[in-house]
Design a protein around this ligand. Sequence first.
Ligand code: AMP
Ligand code: MG
Length: 397
Amino acid sequence: MIDVKEALEIINHNLGSFGTEIVPLSKSIGRILKEEWRTDRDLPPYHRVTMDGIAISYEDFAKGQRTFEIEGVAAAGDPQKEKKKDGCCHEVMTGAILPLGCDTIIRYEDLSIEDSQASINLDVITKEQNVHFKGSDRSMGELVAKENTIISSAEIGLGASIGKSMVVVAKLPTAIVISTGNELVDIDQSPLAHQIRKSNIYRISTVLNSLGMSCDEAHLDDVKEVIKEKMQDYLEKYDIVLLSGGVSKGKFDFLPAVLDELGAEKLFHKIAQRPGKPFWFGKRNNCTIFAFPGNPVSSFICMHRYFVEWLGNSLGTSIRRPMYARLTDEVHFKPDLTYFLEVKISSSPNGEVLATPQKGNGSGDLANLVEADAIIQLPRGKNIYEKGEVHPIYFYK
Ligand code: AMP
Ligand code: MG
């Protein structure tokens, strides 16, 4: 049995590599950018008017002029206009190019306009006010998004403005999520007294979906020969195989032996943690295998703590930024194991992130996952975690 730290080291030494692909910008949300983006023009690309009103030359105002003849109108989308006569102004709309010969904008709110004459009702203005100058945000060719950025709506908007209709992103691995166990029936069936509905497969596959991945799903009864035959196929076909159940010490927990017989390399089996102790991790050729224990809370926590970290690092980024929270209650936990405790996260008026334990009934209590929204990682080697202690948290909602 190894420590959580060691398990993470092993996971991070056995990352996958899936290459890149080119996708339309509009389909790239949540994907990891595998190119750098530079602007193809200055941002903004011209001196942009930021208020509806008039454009003047500040020099005229400074000399005491307050009334200006309106010589023309510049709308957004018009080619640049030019102020031809001294002492005149142009009416300008937000988004228009600042007319040549003008440098300062006065808002309609600060004007009276009559008979094509605009009078400024202000004694003080600032030179160049209400103008967003060409290149003042970014100059042409400047780096605006680094490789390995996770593409959010903000990047999508930026990409559109610099003409990135297609983008290079990290290719996502192919995956299959497999439940095991004779007691499991499908979601739309009425279980008999000795059966339960399979739920892990939904919990696990929707975590993959939330990370932008799709996956196939399968179920295996606890029959060694069948497991072996099917697993042979799955290990060939997929980049990732995620299993739930069948990795503990029970008589019908065939997976470790089957994986061994199929030539898979066991990288670890069992971590000094609760829940999720029997987690088996390994690989065979290009396939990485996450065999989680069947208990719903165990598989869910292993998925969030280990799989999400492995996937992010395999793709070149940290999908979840590390966060920390302060325990609102004392926690007692005797075993010498890292304790992953379900917590409800809130924040205090003075800006602290608070974790309120939602202990539940252990690793089988799947209903308790709904009450919490994160797990807090409490280090082994202690029996009491005091109120106010700060520890890392992993959000799952
Ligand atoms: P196992 O790891 O196979 O010994 O399973 C441990 C516990 O988790 C047993 O009570 C199983 O019935 C339960 N379990 C296993 N797989 C699932 C699943 N897909 N959905 C819900 N519970 C499961
Ligand atoms: Mg089982």
